[in-house]
Every structure is written in C-alpha cells, then in structure tokens.
Write a protein that binds this ligand. Structure first.
Ligand SMILES: Cc1cc2nc3c(=O)[nH]c(=O)nc-3n(C[C@H](O)[C@H](O)[C@H](O)COP(=O)(O)O)c2cc1C
Length: 140
C-alpha cells in the first residue's frame, strides 16, 4: 500500500543516441512524430530532448528503466531513422530535463552539433555537445 501511487518511480534510466533521418517523412510527418513522442513520454514518465538539424538526430531520454528499455527497442526498429548509435544507457541518479516530455531544438550552433555527430564520437563528447545545444537553443 502506498499513499503515493502516482509518485514517479525511483528507478531511473537514461539513454543517449545519435541517428540519421531517413527522409521518408516530410515536415508534417516530423511534427506528428514529435507529437506522438510527447504523448507517449508524458504517459510513461519520460523526459528528455531531441535535437535535429534536418539530417541527423541527437536524443537524450530519461525515465523509468523498463520504459526506457522498451523505447530503445522501438527506436532501433523505427525506419524513420537509421545508423542508430546508442552512446550511453543505464541508471541515472536524477533527471536532467524534467521540464520537457520531449524538448525539441534545432541547433543554432553548427560547431556543437558537428561535435555530436562526427564519426565515432565519444559519449562524453556527445553529452557535452547536447547539453550545450540544449541550453543555448530555443527549446519548444
Ligand atoms: C528520431 C526519433 C525520435 C523518437 N522519439 C520518441 C520519443 O521520445 N518517445 C516515443 O515514445 N517515441 C519516439 N519515437 C518513436 C518510436 O520510435 C516509436 O515509433 C514509438 O515509441 C511507438 O513505438 P511502438 O510502435 O513500438 O509502440 C521517435 C522516433 C524517431 C525516429
């Protein structure tokens, strides 16, 4: 029994990946992808952020472990993007982006984005680049 059935679960996981847009959905397709992602994420207690430059994605996700694990499987099989590279996943002590069910930003710094999507980037490099992009850009 718990007085706080709705309280967010304490087991918290994250994932960070980069991928390449398949170009099979147009601008409206992208809008509805984001809409669907936000609805799912809200329901599942997932927060995070997505950066897209028209070609490549960088996404950070955080939430209950099983929800993150399932989402990684879905993402791997989603043919709207390819070259999926999972850079980091696992337990997380505290959320970094609790404000956004899936924040979305277009990079206003080409340099920081390039840092994220260069060939064989290290997880640290991508995480640093993502954080910089996400604090500098207009996030909606
Ligand atoms: C770049 C990209 C980012 C995505 N981000 C999310 C997300 O944050 N949350 C989400 O539920 N689905 C996201 N999706 C969609 C998932 O891949 C998947 O279609 C959705 O979770 C439904 O999965 P299901 O059909 O296996 O239930 C994203 C897809 C792409 C291509």
């Amino acid at each position: 029994l718990s007085l706080f059935e709705d309280a967010p679960r304490l087991d918290l996981s994250h994932c960070l990946y980069i991928s390449r847009y398949s170009g099979v959905v147009g601008q409206t397709g992208l809008r509805s992808l984001l809409q669907q992602a936000r609805e799912n994420n809200q329901r599942l207690g997932i927060t995070g952020g997505l950066v897209f430059d028209g070609e490549r994605f960088v996404q950070w996700l955080e939430g209950p472990g099983d929800a993150i694990d399932r989402l990684i499987v879905s993402l791997r099989h989603d043919d709207r993007h390819h070259d999926f590279v999972l850079l980091s996943e696992g337990p997380l002590a505290a959320r970094r982006y609790r404000r956004w069910a899936s924040g979305y930003a277009e990079p206003d710094s080409v340099d920081h984005f390039e840092q994220c999507v260069q060939a064989d980037p290290s997880p640290e490099t991508v995480w640093t680049g993502f954080r910089t992009l996400f604090s500098a850009a207009d996030v909606e």
